[in-house]
Design a protein. Structure first.
Length: 79
């Protein structure tokens, strides 16, 4: 299983382009706390999981090519 991970300098851009940006944590630090807990839970249950660094520009291009909205579903599919 892949788990999306983001660079600090791209977090604001992800919020700007995402339809559900208001549902994401306001800061990368807040998101990291939530994501780290989720990641640990997945590992604890024995599921194979790895962090996948998502380039926001690459992700946006991917969505545009497929005419997909930029949201949680497309982020999961991209990863």
């Amino acid at each position: 299983m892949g788990f999306a991970w983001y660079k600090a300098d791209q977090w604001e851009r992800l919020l700007e382009i995402s339809e559900d940006g208001d549902a994401l944590e306001a800061t990368l630090m807040d998101w990291l706390m939530t994501a780290s807990k989720c990641f640990s839970e997945i590992e604890r249950f024995g599921a194979p999981v790895r962090k996948v660094m998502v380039g926001v520009g690459e992700f946006l291009s991917w969505c545009c090519e497929r005419v997909q909205p930029v949201n949680n579903s497309s982020r999961a599919e991209f990863v």
